[in-house]
Write a new protein. Structure first.
Length: 149
């Protein structure tokens, strides 16, 4: 029989790891909690997280899912910034990234870079369009990179 890890144990591990990251680097810490209705559990100062992650698949709703492209981050009523840690959208990729910015999300990481599922690889042209409009938000090396996701 497999038993779930108690939340208290997971929370202690997250807090310890966040503390180590903050002690030895300037990096932020985050945790992918998948569903919107799980974010509250990780929104605690005791855990040391700088941002929370929402995974959004509006084309396959599950209980607790939201569509972040119509739900602003502030409506989630959290203390921490929210990153779209994974997302899929029916809209063109650059439009989805624009909506994430307009919605107040701290970042957006589209699914999937590897292209190993039915959603395929990322649209590099759309990423380049977005990068041209928002050079302050992307790795400056991306503009000249020979990228083939």
């Amino acid at each position: 029989m497999t038993l779930a890890l108690p939340f208290a144990a997971a929370a202690a591990a997250v807090a310890r790891l966040s503390g180590l990251v903050h002690t030895y680097s300037d990096a932020i810490t985050t945790l992918g909690s998948a569903r919107a209705d799980n974010l509250w559990a990780w929104d605690s100062d005791a855990l040391g997280l700088d941002a929370l992650q929402l995974h959004a698949y509006p084309d396959s709703p599950q209980p607790g899912d939201i569509d972040p492209f119509i739900t602003p981050a502030e409506e989630l009523d959290l203390q921490r910034a929210v990153i779209l840690g994974e997302f899929r959208s029916q809209a063109p990729l650059d439009e989805s990234l624009e909506k994430a910015i307009a919605g107040g999300y701290a970042g957006a990481w589209p699914w999937s870079f590897s292209g190993t599922d039915e959603y395929g690889r990322l649209d590099v042209a759309a990423l380049r369009r977005f990068g041209a409009r928002h050079p302050e938000l992307v790795n400056p090396r991306f503009a000249d990179a020979k990228v083939d996701f």
